[in-house]
Design a protein around this ligand. Sequence first.
Ligand SMILES: Cc1ncc(C[n+]2csc(CCOP(=O)(O)OP(=O)(O)O)c2C)c(N)n1
Ligand SMILES: [Mg+2]
Length: 374
Amino acid sequence: MPLSKDTLQLLEVDGSLVPGPVYDQYWPYIDALPHDTLQHMYRTMAVIRALDIEAGNLQRQGQMALWVPAIGQEACQVGSAIASRPQDSIFPAYREHAVARLRGVSMLQIVRMLRGLTHGGWDPKTHNNFHLFTLVIGSHTLHATGYAMGIGLDGTVATGDVTTDEASIVYFGDGATSQGDTHEAMVFAQSYQAPVVFFLQNNHWAISTPVRVQSRTPLAQRAAGYGIPSRQIDGNDALISYAVTREMADHARSGSGPQFIEALTYRIGAHTTSDDPTKYRDEDELRFWTDRDPIARFGAFLRAQGEQQAFFDEVDQQGLDEVSDFRRDVLALGKPEPSEMFRHVYSAPHAPVEAQAAWFAEYEASFVDKGPGA
Ligand SMILES: Cc1ncc(C[n+]2csc(CCOP(=O)(O)OP(=O)(O)O)c2C)c(N)n1
Ligand SMILES: [Mg+2]
């Protein structure tokens, strides 16, 4: 069983609340939330999944070279993102579509990047401090740590008011924990007591490498070696994700230094549309996790709280409407100009890049149809 007695959880698989010390400690965070925030959590998870499935369909229909699905990881993303505060800076990897949505970056903007229409994606300053998707595994743990060290130098941490103090939150995967960058980031974060929350989504796979190859001990326990407090949570439980992120990010903001959260979750789909997981993982494991679906679980919790069917019907309809708008907008995106990619490598003229651009132009021209018999 991947979840252990040390894994923090509020919601059982059937959506009921688990009584005990974890409930006593963390339920007050949930109890303080207005009902519409709970609805917002469910709505975001359900709609982002509908869009994610449609993005995969659009990729298969030739609309993008690649899609990176996040199906199954909605709860840890939505709970933690709602727990962050507006002034926080978020450093995503490339699968954080739900976090992006909650910070004002749409699926269409993500598709524009994967389609080559933009070479960055969005400006974090005008997108609620949501930084760029980073495909170089683990490198953004350093960006987040450096940023948090800057927060310390600016003095916007540990002022005594967690509602205005800042933190940075970095999302990374189980595979990224084996990167040197991630270890360096944790060393610097603890040395400088930087206000950074390391949010590990352990989805049990790094493409075809299982997490047991990354570490013989639970990854949350590694944090102790750096002197960083850590918690392991059930990442398919949006409530515990919210409560623990709120708690630990507030610790970081109030001057307690870096914090580490390991969210146990599962990548239900392929790594990307270029991958075929049937080649390396077995059906029983997949079934174990589909039985623990985060959206069904949260829906059952809401029903037990008295939520009526009309709400769920309305969310389903919103999903259908957004999917239809998304499809229309993706089809209207147009094509990127391939030569454009050479223009943003260096600010000044650069001979090797110019030579590559010239070669590429010649290569592209070689596809001109010279007509029958030519
Ligand atoms: C530095 C670096 N090495 C290798 C790769 C190729 N690569 C892309 S995704 C990936 C697996 C990452 O796994 P994990 O960190 O668990 O994140 P997940 O994709 O499961 O969310 C690898 C090895 C890369 N993008 N960057
Ligand atoms: Mg992974």
